[in-house]
Design a protein. Sequence first.
Length: 362
Amino acid sequence: AMTYINTLAERNVFNSLRAWLLRKGLGFRSLFWATGVITFFLSPLADNLTSALLMSTVALAVSGGNSRFIVLSFVNIVVAANAGGALSPFGDITTLMVWTAGKVETLQFAYLMLPSLINWIVPALCMFFFVPKEIPDSPSDAIPLKPGAKVIIVLGICTIATAVSFHQFFHLPPFLGMMLGLSALMLFGFYLKRWGDKPLRQELGIPESIEVQEHRRFDIFNKIATVEFDTLLFFFGVLTAVGALQYVGYLALVSKNLYETIGPTWSNIIVGVLSAIVDNIPIMFAVLKMDPAMGVDQWLLITLTAGVGGSLLSIGSAAGVAVMGVDRKNYTFLSHMKWSWAIALGYAASIFSWYWMTAGFR
């Protein structure tokens, strides 16, 4: 997935989106909603970390240096990314772990649509009234897509569909579908490298003896090299540490004193709050290692709370930590924490909507 996103960025897909938003002449309030909506629906496909990084870069570009808009839009993007990520097995590492463990089936993630939407809408409405009413300066130049951009978008969607289908219908590991999609991307990358520059050569009247350097630079292996391997190593380290805690018996002790004492519902709500402090990935991995006796409704709840609970603090999710690096001056731990009360309202409202839905199914 990260390779596809890096390739789309190289093909000017996201730069084109940024230029399109600027040319629309939207005000800060309209941009606040536009970036939030795009992030919410992009996150289930591209994962919450990537979506938050991309859209925060867009928001920073259209901000015109307005610090209030930067903070509010960044908080909105982090919440939308984590909420949208709970809707898909590929939206977050936590949902992927629950899915591959067989606790929640692919179509069952759709039950989290209403709670996830409420989790984002409630704090967004609270913050909306504090967004500046000004209209930023907008350039007139459009940024065209590079050759093959639309085909790569289609290949990315087909890759996700293939991975889900392999797991759902053929009970094959999801990575096989991802590897098949990556193979298709590499074949198309070879086409771009070999023949993709011909239309541009013909348009500009460049002789065949002269190389077109821009297209010859396209290499899918370079996109793989730009994948954030430090993030992957972080995940490996966290999972190893949690596995060590399970081996010495601490997770079994916590499971007994938590889930068997106060019940799964309140335990899952508490786990969501803890995920804002510890990070949601090790928290979810620890719960899976505990493997408490819970039904699908409770596994959906822990998927929701662990995913969106990390939004309470900027350090509670990979998306929040990554966005802090986009603008270290304006978006900080304290600037995010000023709006934790609004995020907490959305967290409580999403849990209430989950309780209302599950009560209706009983």
